[in-house]
Design a protein around this ligand. Structure first.
Ligand SMILES: Cc1cc2nc3c(=O)[nH]c(=O)nc-3n(C[C@H](O)[C@H](O)[C@H](O)COP(=O)(O)OP(=O)(O)OC[C@H]3O[C@@H](n4cnc5c(N)ncnc54)[C@H](O)[C@@H]3O)c2cc1C
Length: 420
């Protein structure tokens, strides 16, 4: 059974892949079924996300219409291997979907990204575990939505320590976590959480445990009323899980985090923020064009300089993400490369670069449109985009990432030529 995430030969939009969507792998059953109709399925989902984006933001509610569509179009299981009922999509396929959804509604796209990070973990690290393979099969079949719980107590974005522990009981295992933030916790069908391996384990001796809805309870401890990303409904809960020992992924969390969770999170999140920035630029371009039409002789307005800068930065951001996706997919095939300092540093810093650039692009778009962009209403408003993209620097704080990358930067390879 082939269940690894396959490296991609090239990274471009795979929404327009081969006509029948099958890649001839030479195997009896195809490993990828991501086809031409992905584009129309994603567009249909994005249409509903766009139609409800303002209400989702205003009411700080889960984007249920978009996720009903995502389920109908079977997008939640797109990365599940074909042999388990999915489409065997790659991380770059998912990144494309994140970008398209983000142009419509940032919260929808971020929920989709967070779900797919958990899927990527199960696909890559659950191979030796029948329990997790069965969960993936169910996920593809029932279009289950997976949430993630790493943030605990006052620990903020420090993923590498847990306070809660997997404890034995007469049934199997239990876990109680003060989960300060679980996006769409109330709407998810399963939660994938970090914890110490056992009650005697050190805070950094962590594992990942998956619980399906029938074996955990959530008691609300904190609401979610934030500046942006309001539709992610990232409230806090006391998470009480009870299951069997097989629900613990066999590999150590450190390996899962460095090889899959961190890179896939940073690639998909960056794609979301890039999509938000692209939408803001599109709106401001329409605004600047409309203003030019009103001037004598159709002269460009002052905003065009800001717009040009925003478009230029958006291009750099897009290329940065594309190149990081290529790097990730080629590294997937080689453990040595994925564990290397260079690769880890590049993936870590992608998050900081993308969040800073996306925020500056949206600010530039607003500046280009002036009051029309700053307003909460009207077709040129980028107010929601600005509030949403502001979450990027604190979603695992950039300061934390930069501080953690300090040592690696001292050892980093400075290229001697443009060829590297
Ligand atoms: C939209 C959104 C959705 C989220 N969804 C989830 C979810 O589903 N599940 C989940 O578990 N969590 C989730 N989170 C939480 C996220 O994973 C982080 O825990 C959170 O963003 C950390 O925020 P923070 O800046 O308050 O905390 P910290 O990272 O703890 O930072 C707090 C302060 O300390 C400073 N700081 C921290 N470390 C250092 C350092 N090493 N050097 C210098 N300064 C430092 C920072 O600058 C900051 O001022 C979500 C967050 C957002 C924004």
């Amino acid at each position: 059974m082939e269940t690894t995430i396959q490296p991609s030969p090239q990274t471009h939009s795979r929404m327009d892949a081969s006509p029948n969507g099958h890649q001839d792998t030479g195997h009896e059953s195809p490993t990828r079924l991501v086809g031409r109709d992905l584009l129309s399925r994603v567009q249909a989902t994005a249409g509903l996300a766009r139609a409800n984006a303002d209400a989702v933001d205003r009411e700080s509610r889960f984007p249920e219409e978009a996720f009903a569509a995502a389920r109908e179009h079977r997008l939640l299981g797109m990365m599940v291997p074909v042999v388990l009922g999915g489409e065997g999509a790659r991380v770059s396929d998912v990144a494309d979907v994140c970008y398209t959804l983000a142009r419509a509604c940032a919260s929808t796209a971020m929920i989709f990204a967070m779900h797919q990070i958990m899927v990527a973990i199960l696909v890559r690290h659950g191979q030796g575990s029948q329990w997790h393979l069965e969960l993936l099969r169910r996920l593809a079949d029932e279009q289950l939505l997976l949430a993630s719980s790493t943030t605990e107590g006052q620990g903020g974005g420090d993923l590498r320590v847990s306070s809660c522990a997997v404890e034995p009981d007469s049934f199997g295992i239990t876990l109680t976590k003060s989960a300060t933030v679980i996006s769409y916790g109330a709407q998810a069908d399963a939660v994938v959480t970090t914890a110490r391996r056992s009650i005697d384990a050190a805070p950094s001796d962590q594992v990942i445990v998956a619980f399906t809805k029938d074996n955990y309870q959530l008691e609300p401890i904190r609401t979610w009323d934030t500046l942006g990303m309001r539709g992610t409904c990232s409230s806090g809960f006391t998470l009480r899980g009870r299951g069997v020992p097989e629900q613990v992924l066999p590999e150590h969390f450190q390996t899962i985090q460095s090889r899959t969770m961190m890179p896939v999170a940073h690639l998909t999140w960056s794609s979301v923020w890039c999509g938000v920035a692209a939408e803001a630029v599109e709106r401001s371009r329409r605004c600047v064009r409309a203003a030019a039409r009103q001037t004598a002789g159709g002269q460009s307005t002052a905003g065009v300089t800001h717009l040009t800068r925003a478009i230029m930065s958006l291009g750099v951001l897009t290329n940065t993400i594309k190149s990081a996706l290529q790097k990730f997919e080629s590294a997937c095939a080689a453990e040595k490369e994925i564990d290397s300092l260079d690769f880890q540093n590049a993936m870590n810093l992608l998050k900081v670069t993308a969040s800073e650039m996306a925020t500056s692009v949206v600010v530039g778009a607003m500046q280009a449109s002036g009051l029309n962009g700053y307003r909460n209403d009207g077709e040129f408003s980028v107010a929601r985009h600005l509030r949403d993209v502001m979450s990027s620097s604190i979603m695992i704080n950039n300061d934390r990432i930069l501080a953690n990358s300090g040592a690696a930067s001292l050892l980093a390879n400075i290229p001697a030529s443009l060829e590297g």
